[in-house]
Write a protein that binds this ligand. Structure first.
Ligand code: GDP
Ligand code: MG
Length: 236
């Protein structure tokens, strides 16, 4: 299985070098794709220098406008354009998503089209974040399971493994998300397309360095976005 780990980045200079090294050292010998939005802290330069010395590192510097969702769409499109890779593992660059799980995902994806690294699967959880943020995550996921009519327990996890089949036929330029709602937009689309979705327990950790880009405004928007998706489907 040929694996590519995909990390969207914005201001991850204190994390990116170390996380790339950890990913490249894994048993499943993955490649790394970093899509950066011209981070002012120099994340892009760090990756570029590493990429010049190692052909397993792929780097894309995006032009404005920036956004987690826009970078996400570019990552999925890159995977579709590189069928030599069997699996794409989408993950944050801040160590919330521990690289060691990539080996587990590759081993456990089995017959599934998508394997979600899940905080709410049996054996999963999180450490380090304040209980208030954990409570919001748990409540948001209960709500999303209801709105998206799915048994998936962790609908907002951005640590996921995709097969080529899971994304086949999807035109990401038609997606609506520019920000983090890309996570639920992809999930809803895959549910609608009846892809086989499985979950694998992970322990989510607080980011190692730097700040979250998720503001309250974005969080609230993320909760309303799936309602919009459902209504759009009802009236189609
Ligand atoms: N390319 C790109 N990546 C982003 C942007 N915003 C966030 N990210 C990355 O997306 C991942 C998740 O963002 P983060 O701020 O950790 O969100 P949180 O985990 O929900 O707090 C991290 O790797 C970020 O560096 C953006 O505008 N562009
Ligand atoms: Mg994070």
């Amino acid at each position: 299985m040929k694996v590519a780990a995909f990390l969207p980045t914005y201001n991850e200079a204190g994390n990116i070098g170390r996380i790339i090294d950890e990913i490249l050292a894994l048993k499943c010998s993955p490649h790394v794709l970093v899509i950066d939005d011209q981070s002012p802290d120099g994340t892009g330069q760090i990756v570029q220098e590493k990429a010049a010395a190692d052909s397993r590192i792929h780097f894309i510097s995006r032009l404005p406008p920036r956004g987690r969702g826009l970078a996400g769409r570019d990552g999925f499109s890159w995977f579709q354009a590189h069928p030599e890779f069997d699996l794409l593992v989408e993950m944050d660059a801040d160590f919330s998503h521990q690289p060691k799980y990539i080996d587990d995902f590759v081993q456990h994806i089995g017959e599934a089209d998508v394997l979600i690294g899940s905080r709410f699967a049996e054996g999963g959880g999180e450490t380090g974040r304040p209980w208030s943020r954990q409570l919001i995550s748990a409540a948001a996921n209960k709500y999303l399971g209801f709105v998206l009519k799915t048994k998936v327990k962790d609908c907002t996890s951005g640590f996921r493994t995709f097969t080529q089949k899971s994304l086949s036929g999807i035109d990401f330029t038609k997606y609506k998300s520019t920000g983090p709602t890309i996570v639920t937009e992809v999930l809803f689309d895959l549910i609608r397309r009846k892809r086989k979705i499985a979950e694998y327990p992970i322990i989510f950790e607080e980011r190692a360095w730097g700040d979250s880009k998720l503001s309250w405004k974005v969080l609230v928007r993320s909760l309303f976005f799936p309602l919009g998706m459902r209504f759009a489907k009802l009236f189609k």
